[in-house]
Design a protein around this ligand. Structure first.
Ligand SMILES: [Zn+2]
Ligand SMILES: [Zn+2]
Length: 256
């Protein structure tokens, strides 16, 4: 399987880097999008047919899902290549209403997205099969919203991509990332030595600690806010994790 970073900017988009969105592709299947933050649709147009992908969400903060209304327009109204089928969508149970409000014409309306997406709610810890990958949503700590780390395993070769979503420090992140080939881990607080708000996001050093405890092969630092020093964030993670550490960038691809 191939992982492509469409965007990994933290909390909001940055020049050349959309908000949170990752594309997993396997031969002969639709794409699988993890999150769809601001700017993701434009990035998607470079690498994969936007009308041919399932979508799964870590959580529904705007920086992880705000390009969905644009995706609905593409899927429904592209003049020559609209979506040819309903694709799967997984997320918190309120996702259809959330997106229905975002895509509606007025404050009292809710767009019905069931014409183009077959929505199914996550059940924490319960694996789901999507074509030839298995996804486990692992509950994590993030204020006020249902939030999951996502562990994606190839049924073909057993390769694992784990994605922290947004989370403070919690042991379930280690479970989600255990022995992963690639661990996409947020480091929203950048190089901060002290976590300014525990239970919300991670610092670079905490991302490194989770990577070490989980025994991952490669740590990809993501969700670093545009005003943070990325290289210093990597150095902070290095204090805890001696393996390969990459600073995620839009357009990066990883073959597993
Ligand atoms: Zn976020
Ligand atoms: Zn969030």
């Amino acid at each position: 399987m191939r992982l492509t970073i469409l965007g990994c900017s933290g909390s909001l988009g940055a020049p050349g880097n959309p908000g949170s969105s990752y594309l997993i592709t396997t031969p002969g299947n639709p794409g699988l999008l993890m999150d769809f933050g601001p700017g993701a649709l434009a990035a998607m147009q470079r690498v994969h047919d936007p009308a041919d992908a399932h979508v799964i969400f870590s959580h529904l903060h705007a920086d992880h899902c705000s390009d969905v209304p644009s995706l609905l327009v593409w899927r429904r109204f592209h003049p020559t290549a609209p979506a040819s089928r309903r694709h799967l969508m997984y997320g918190p149970g309120y996702a259809p209403e959330h997106f229905g409000r975002m895509a509606s014409d007025g404050p009292s309306e809710i767009d019905d997205i069931s014409d183009t997406f077959d929505f199914r709610p996550w059940v924490s810890g319960e694996p789901v099969d999507i074509d030839d990958v298995t996804v486990v949503p692992v509950p994590v700590e993030h204020p006020a919203v249902e939030s999951h780390a996502l562990r994606v395993t190839s049924q073909t070769n057993g390769a694992v991509v784990a994605f922290s979503g947004d989370s403070g420090m919690t042991p379930t992140l280690v479970d989600a990332a255990r022995d992963a080939d690639i661990f996409l881990c947020e480091a929203a607080w950048g190089p901060a030595a002290e976590n300014p708000a525990p239970g919300m996001h991670l610092s670079g050093v905490e991302a490194g600690r989770i990577a070490r405890e989980a025994g991952v092969k490669k740590l990809v630092l993501v969700h670093i806010q545009p005003w943070c020093d990325k290289e210093a964030t990597r150095e902070a993670a290095r204090e805890e994790f001696s393996g390969d550490i990459v600073i995620g960038q839009a357009g990066d691809t990883f073959d597993l």
